[in-house]
Design a protein around this ligand. Structure first.
Ligand code: HEC
Length: 120
């Protein structure tokens, strides 16, 4: 009889401990060295091009250019890139009016790119 209580007790304990498992922050596999060409360009394309692509940015993104290395670097240097995707005060939150941030691991890649000098 005692053994069964032990099993029940430890099961309950496990369930309680693991109640928070799913809420843990996910671990990102951010590359050692982040470059525009290898890591950043495709993130901009998938997350931002519906408004910031070369053929639509004038009407859909109020002429805010981020579609090539040079223009994105400028936004990185001014703080607007990280400010906007992290929804920091004083910046216009991106993606525009979606009320939602892009994937947290993608944000990590953008941050690392800026912190390590925005390599091409
Ligand atoms: C749904 C359309 C849309 C999407 C998606 C979008 N943007 Fe924008 N973006 C805009 C618009 C519109 C503006 C100009 C807003 C204004 O001036 O009021 C803008 C402005 C910006 C600015 C200037 C912000 C500032 O504070 O001055 C940056 C930087 C920017 N976008 C980066 C991004 C990045 C990076 C992504 C992808 C992660 C992205 N945007 C996705 C529409 C979009």
């Amino acid at each position: 009889m005692k053994a069964i209580y032990k099993i029940i007790f430890s099961s309950i304990l496990l369930i309680l401990i693991c109640g928070s498992c799913g809420k843990e922050q996910k671990v990102c596999s951010t590359p050692e060295s982040v470059t525009y060409t290898n890591d950043v360009a495709n993130l901009v394309e998938t997350n931002c091009f519906m408004c910031h692509a070369p053929d639509v940015y004038k009407e859909k993104a109020s002429r805010n250019k981020i579609y090539d290395y040079k223009s994105l670097k400028k936004m990185g240097e001014s703080g607007q890139l990280i400010g906007s995707i992290t929804h920091a005060k004083g910046f216009i939150a991106m993606p525009y009016r979606k009320n939602k941030k892009i994937d947290s691991c993608a944000i990590e890649v953008f941050k690392k790119w800026v912190e390590t000098g925005m390599k091409e």
